[in-house]
Write a new protein. Structure first.
Length: 171
């Protein structure tokens, strides 16, 4: 962990990102598209979401992008769901169709919250994608005051940065 901490300090990786930077990143790297917040009205019932703080919602449905970001276990799970739903022919409500598409790896939804209207303070990821999850954790950032070895949150953040390849030494 000491080595990761040193690399973090050497590389001077930002600890927070603006909402504009988050949007640019999602649109550039994941070809994400904005969607209306009202598509996620069910999140009002989620105790871990502050619906009033939702500032942006995105859908990732570019087949090429999705195929490039899933890991093997995620792909296997999508195949299993696809097989499970293949025999289903009954009429399905639109909201359930969306969840089926998520489970089959056809779409991912990202909901961004901001308490200060400047940076991302929370997010909801609808769909399983470790790569995107790591990126969102990095974009959410960490308070500089928390960046001390021994702090579980900071050490988790360092692990995510390392897993994303951002703390690799240059030598």
């Amino acid at each position: 962990m000491q080595q990761l901490d040193e690399q973090f300090k050497i590389k001077q990786i930002p600890t927070n990102y603006s909402l504009a930077e988050v949007e640019k990143f999602l649109k550039t790297k994941y070809n994400a598209r904005n969607v209306d917040k009202n598509n996620f009205i069910d999140l009002k019932l989620d105790p871990s979401v502050n619906f009033d703080n939702i500032v942006a919602c995105y859908i990732i449905d570019d087949k090429t992008v999705l195929e490039s970001i899933y890991n093997e276990s995620e792909i296997e799970m999508h195949i299993q769901f696809s097989e499970m739903y293949a025999s289903s022919s009954e009429s399905i409500p639109k909201s359930e169709l969306m969840w089926r598409d998520i489970q089959r790896g056809k779409i991912i939804n990202v909901v961004i919250e901001s308490a200060d209207q400047k940076s991302m303070t929370a997010f909801t990821l609808q769909g399983l994608c470790e790569k995107l999850l790591y990126d969102l954790i990095i974009l959410k950032g960490i308070d500089r005051k928390e960046c001390k070895l021994g702090n579980e949150q900071y050490e988790f953040y360092l692990t995510i940065l390392n897993n994303a390849g951002l703390l690799k030494s240059e030598d």
